[in-house]
Design a protein around this ligand. Structure first.
Ligand code: GLP
Length: 268
């Protein structure tokens, strides 16, 4: 039984027909998201999980590690053996920047540090696009094919960029775009600079990202938004019709979207 503070303050249908779950803070949001990810892997393992990175997900993965450790040993082993996840995206590292790909900025490194190591997963079962591939467009096609061969995403975890991006689908962006190599907005490079020593110029200019096409084909979607900095973009998302200027707004075309937010993101 979870403590009263972890229970949803309110669960209601938000304007775009999403189930909006408000929780007091990022900690309670993270616990609930982790529990949903774990349940998905335990009870619906047929299709892979879709995973995201970013600061929002750091406490989510920490909660996932804690929750998994509370399961019986045999159940933990079963879960590790059956684990399969596909990350949304990773940066494209220019030739000669191989060391950087292994550094703290790459999402592969983030997943190794936050999930693969602490959960004791086989790295082969935590898939990401290869940011070191010599031909990023070909790598995007290969990654999309690998995901498709695995049956497509079951539950897709998403964070929300300050400019409304999901994955690295920067505005303007159509709802039919598939996995591809993209150029990052300057605002995104600024937002993600802390992982590259603080300088936006150190953030790679390009990335490989799943598109809205693969995201909208997921069985269900969990969008996680925490912190006061996200309040303006969340307000737009909950009030505007779908448009290329707000990539996350295309989620209105999906029938099973749950948005988990804390009070700060709601501007409370
Ligand atoms: C990043 C990632 C997204 C992430 C989003 C929000 O750039 N490409 O997958 O969800 O932006 O990041 P954060 O949680 O750090 O705010």
């Amino acid at each position: 039984m979870s403590p009263a503070a972890d229970r949803p303050a309110a669960a209601r249908i938000s304007p775009p027909d999403w189930t909006l779950i408000e929780l007091p803070d990022a900690t309670s949001v993270s616990e609930q998201v982790a529990a949903r990810l774990l349940a998905e892997r335990r009870f619906r393992p047929e299709r892979p999980l879709g995973l995201a990175t970013g600061r929002t997900m750091e406490p989510v993965y920490a909660a996932l590690v804690r929750q998994l450790a509370q399961l019986p040993d045999a159940e933990q082993d079963r879960l590790r053996e059956r684990w399969l996840s596909f990350n949304l995206d990773d940066y494209v590292f220019p030739a000669g920047r191989g060391a950087a790909a292994a550094g703290p900025g790459s999402f592969r490194h983030v997943m190794e540090q936050q999930l693969v190591g602490p959960l004791g997963l086989d790295p082969e079962r935590v898939r990401l696009p290869d940011g070191l591939a010599p031909d990023p467009e070909a790598e995007a096609r290969r990654y999309a094919g690998e995901l498709s061969a695995a049956g497509g995403i079951g539950l897709q975890l998403l964070g929300l960029g300050l400019n409304g991006h999901v994955g690295f689908n920067e505005p303007p962006c159509g709802s039919d775009l598939a996995c591809r190599c993209v150029r990052l907005c300057e605002t995104t490079r600024q937002a993600n600079a802390p992982a590259f020593g603080g300088a936006p110029q150190a953030v790679p200019q390009r990335a490989i990202t799943l598109g809205l096409q693969e995201i909208l084909a997921a069985g269900s979607i969990l969008l996680v938004v925490t912190g006061a900095a996200k309040a303006p973009i969340l307000r737009r998302l909950l009030s505007e019709p779908p448009s290329p200027e707000l990539p996350a707004s295309w989620l209105q075309r999906h029938a099973d979207v749950t948005v988990l937010v804390d009070r700060a993101a709601l501007g409370c």
